[in-house]
Design a protein around this ligand. Structure first.
Ligand code: ADP
Length: 258
């Protein structure tokens, strides 16, 4: 009994510490955003020539500083988003959406980055719209994350194939690339916070948080996210979401029961 009591107390203490950590991370990240926005504003003003003309070298240095501030801001926003999800403060605004439109807009959004690396994105919109009951903004973020990663981790002249179809009674969105790929151990670990494969670090910058956020968001929608990959050959990420009819039926049944 004594041992059980001690364990319970230790557990309670750990939970309190964990909550304090989450609150601290959240507050610190929030506080960092304001001065960062000010630094960004000042850098932009300098680049615009507000303080006088710039030499090419000065402009290059300022551009580098500006990109670093952008990366830091993205990282802080990701940390804040994850802490919101962890503490249950992320609310979904679900409605009936055609995933085709989301896939389309993600392709348009990522085209310039792909063209920059001469990467071909192939996407054939299905003839019939495929509906899901989801938060459109959050899904756009998930799909965008996968396409953006495919571009980041594929070398020049590669190809990315996007496919929207039905599988396992769900709506499936697949992103297949001809990029650097991963081994089985890496495939398991990429969902962990801050994890990045060694190879990927030579190719592109990143925080290692995007897929953790994507996984949480997909699971909040009762969906699944998976990867198949082969080192040096490429990867295929898939998101599976419940079909609209199933959701609608489940909601109806709930209404009948209550
Ligand atoms: P980030 O891209 O910011 O590092 P993510 O959480 O999006 O973070 O991805 C985690 C890691 O998974 C990446 O750093 C990379 O090592 C690996 N990864 C993700 N997508 C791919 C891909 N399409 N091909 C190869 N590796 C990938």
């Amino acid at each position: 009994e004594e041992r059980t009591r001690e364990l319970r107390e230790a557990n309670q203490k750990l939970m309190e510490l964990d909550e304090m950590k989450t609150a601290f991370v959240s507050q610190a990240s929030h506080d960092l955003r304001t001065p960062l926005a000010a630094i960004k504003g000042s850098l932009d003003n300098l680049v615009l020539g507000v303080a006088g003309d710039l030499s090419d070298k000065q402009r290059r240095i300022l551009d580098r500083a500006s990109r670093s501030v952008d990366r830091l801001t993205d990282l802080i926003n990701d940390i804040l988003d994850l802490s919101r999800i962890e503490t249950g403060r992320t609310k979904l605004e679900k409605c009936k959406i055609a995933v085709n439109t989301i896939a389309e807009s993600v392709v348009q959004e990522n085209k310039p980055a792909a063209e920059w690396k001469r990467i071909t994105i192939r996407y054939q919109n299905p003839t019939e719209p495929l509906y899901v009951y989801a938060d459109a903004g959050k899904m756009q973020r998930v799909f965008g994350e996968l396409v953006n990663n495919a571009i980041k981790y594929t070398r020049e002249e590669g190809t990315i194939d996007l496919l929207l179809d039905e599988a396992e009674g769900m709506i499936r969105f697949s992103v297949k690339d001809t990029g650097i790929g991963m081994n089985a151990e890496e495939c398991k670990r990429i969902w962990e916070r801050f994890y990045r494969t060694v190879d990927s670090q030579f190719l592109a910058k990143g925080s290692g948080l995007g897929l953790s956020i994507a996984k949480e968001l997909v699971e909040m929608h009762d969906g699944k996210i998976r990867v198949e990959s082969e080192k040096g050959k490429g990867s295929c990420f898939r998101v599976l979401l419940p079909k609209m009819e199933i959701k609608a039926r489940a909601e109806k049944e709930k209404e009948v029961v209550s």
